[in-house]
Design a protein. Sequence first.
Length: 419
Amino acid sequence: MGATPYLPDELLLEILSYFPRGKDKESQRAIARFCAVNRQWYDVGIPSLYEAPYLSGSAYALFVRTICPSVLAHIRKSELAGLVKMLDLSHIVHQGNKSTTARLLGRTKPSLEVFIAPQASFAVNCWASLSKCSKLRVLDLSLVSEQISFESLNQTLMKLAALTEFYLPRCSTRYEDAARSMTLRLPPRLQHLSLSGNIHGQLYYDVMRQPDMFPPTMHSMSILHCPSLSNTSIKPIFQNLAGALTTVELRDLPRVKQGQFNGVLNWLPKLASLTIALDYMDDNFGKNTKPTGYYTTHWRESKPLQSLTLVTSGQTDVDPQTAFTAVDLYQLIDERFLGRLRWVRVARSTGWESKEEGAELEALAMLLVGELDKDNWKKRRWHYEGLKGLPEGMTYEMWSLDTPLGRRMRPWLGILRDR
């Protein structure tokens, strides 16, 4: 067998850029096969193999032995540990243990940027290693099933200066000494916060008492899987952040009832992206804040909402007679109350795709693409305000279908099949 033909490193990197990263076992195997060609291909491909590895089953055990060849780091180190930027342990259930998770965090701390904690093998011994991950940008504890100490979490967060996204665990969080207030501080660069779990009592009071705990960089918030929070406790949080939040997700909140989030667009005047369960809306959504006689001539007063995702939370006390429907959304767009809306996603579980609602959904898509966006494009409104340099005689249809920029910017309505 002859030698493998030499290819420049730049060409190999270009080939490697087409490989999917960390999505599943097959993508991991593909990169591993790339590295196995020869020494040059190995040197080029090994950073991609360990940058964001897909870890599950027996592959996790091999990864641990590679990154942690010895229990004591000073006895035997792994040079590959410094290549790991994303440590996703969401697929690890029974294979891991708490000491191994802490050890992995300790070995990868110089390079780690994203950490998704496992369900069962994250505990108090992980905090020390986690607090030393100075480059960490994303910390996701949403799967953790064991009760955690909020005081330990708070102390760790204060040391993660580079953190931009943080997801609280869905399990109950132990808030020590309920009679004593705690000074809460979020990382200075935080952009997204996901609130989950049992947020109530002294913890909720401390959050409301210290509105300056939220850094000025924060513009996105998710509130989900919070059994103790009602609309009357969520609204004050939003009022504290009314001038900052542009992206919000609201679902799986059992204490919130139908219609109680009808005013969310009024609470958050800068909201551009909203994911919300239909269970919390009714046919008065948006209408209680809309001026009488609102129509297309009021387009300047359109809400800034550009992206709307509608899901369900499975509540059984929803009145179908007053439910928010595709017809209600059509009216809000047609009257230009939502005159800046561009992208709509509807979960299959909403039933909007059914035979009874299908025609309304199709009409909604035609209104969104064929009328609203076309009108905004022709009159250079909102996101089309700075659009220039188009060939003379080019129509909206030609621009949106035949140009790369048009295909990127044109609106759409999609169905979420797995929701």
